[in-house]
Design a protein around this ligand. Structure first.
Ligand code: FE2
Ligand code: FE2
Length: 363
């Protein structure tokens, strides 16, 4: 019996091919000469958890209980229903609730796709980083990210509904990291930018939800993510001490591209599409409603992101390199107020809910 190969359309729907331009490095130096990475690796090994047994999957989840009708985003959408000529003027609480459940599903779907990207990026770091202690650590991270992908996929499938495809902006961002020929860019983009963003987004969701399974899942994922950010800070700081001004400027430009320019990308066209409302029709109303509200519904989350990112980047020396090139631009965007927040290499242990829970059980 012969099996026909799937056609191109079927392959594209099932997977994506990416060419990595970075060389793999085999090292013959096994000395453990980076003690902070040794500590981090030991912590990672001790704080491993198992998705299928550490989380209680028998928990009954009512999708409606996951959303909060008074959340800032929903207040914004309620405002849009009241605007003259709005394409969703006929919507009441039932439709808004459906919208919010879909937005929640879309966000969890991006977490799931992003975690797979993190798993592949961590595996790339294993391949491309020159230091043995960093290879060891990145191997533990690869396992962590596998677990994160697995638990988000299972949560969506068993408790929420049909997952959304990967958002094109996130897909382009992670694909860029996987293709880049400079090994530190995968680190900078994933460990510093995307993981700082993830810590903030997971923290935001964990604070808003009362659902016990999701809360514990997020606390456990965050325990791992905080270590991942610390790993980026401890490794890259050393590497950046030896780069030229021009090379550092490249990294500073990378950060500008992935922070300030990325701020406008928070709409969710795929959700509106699923609900049958053309995004082009509703987007101007959302923008107008957001402008008329005192604070942006994304403000809390943005603050959380930058309060982690800015001190982390400062610790890498990238804020002040090239006569403060990045300091000047982030300063103009009002981000320097986060400069003295605690960086994640200093506070990552405070996230370790896995160790805390185990200590509680022993006590
Ligand atoms: Fe993760
Ligand atoms: Fe991570």
């Amino acid at each position: 019996m012969t099996t026909a190969l799937p056609d191109r359309v079927e392959i594209d729907a099932a997977c994506k091919l990416i060419d990595d331009n970075c060389q793999s490095i085999y090292t013959w130096r096994y000395e453990r000469d980076r003690p902070q990475l040794v500590t981090l690796y030991e912590k990672a090994a001790h704080s491993q958890w198992v998705g299928s047994t550490d989380l209680d999957w028998s928990t009954d989840v009512d999708p409606e209980s996951l959303v909060d009708l008074e959340a800032p985003n929903l207040r914004l959408m309620r405002e849009v229903t009241r605007m003259p000529g709005s394409p969703i003027a006929s919507w009441g609480d039932a439709e808004l609730l459906t919208l919010d459940i879909e937005m929640f599903t879309a966000l969890l779907s991006q977490f799931m796709h992003g975690e797979q990207g993190a798993m592949m990026t961590a595996a790339k770091i294993v391949d491309t980083v020159p230091w043995i202690d960093a290879k060891y650590y990145a191997a533990t991270q690869t396992m962590d990210e596998a677990r994160h992908t697995e638990v988000f996929a299972r949560y969506i499938d068993e408790k929420v509904g049909e997952a959304y495809p990967m958002n094109p902006h996130l897909e382009a961002q992670i694909t860029g990291l996987l293709e880049d020929g400079r090994w530190d860019i995968a680190y900078l983009g994933m460990q510093i930018v995307i993981e700082s963003l993830a810590l903030s987004a997971f923290g935001d969701m964990a604070r808003r939800t009362e659902e016990p399974l999701l809360r514990k899942l997020l606390r456990y994922v965050m325990a791992d993510e905080a270590r991942h950010v610390a790993f980026g800070i401890l490794s890259l700081g050393e590497y950046y001490e030896h780069l030229s001004s021009a090379e550092l400027k490249d990294r500073q430009d990378f950060l500008l591209e992935h922070t300030l320019h990325a701020r406008a990308r928070s709409t969710t066209p795929e959700v509106w599409e699923r609900l049958g409302v053309p995004i082009g029709d509703v987007a101007p109303f959302i923008a107008e409603a957001a402008a008329s509200m005192d604070t942006s519904p994304f403000q809390g989350f943005q603050n959380g992101f930058f309060s982690k990112l800015v001190p982390n980047v400062k610790r890498l020396g990238l804020l002040d390199a090239n006569d403060g090139y990045l300091r000047e631009r982030w300063g103009a965007a009002g981000l320097l107020r986060f400069e003295f927040a605690e960086d994640t290499a200093a506070d990552y242990d405070s996230y370790d809910a896995v160790a805390a829970d185990r200590a509680g059980v022993e006590a």
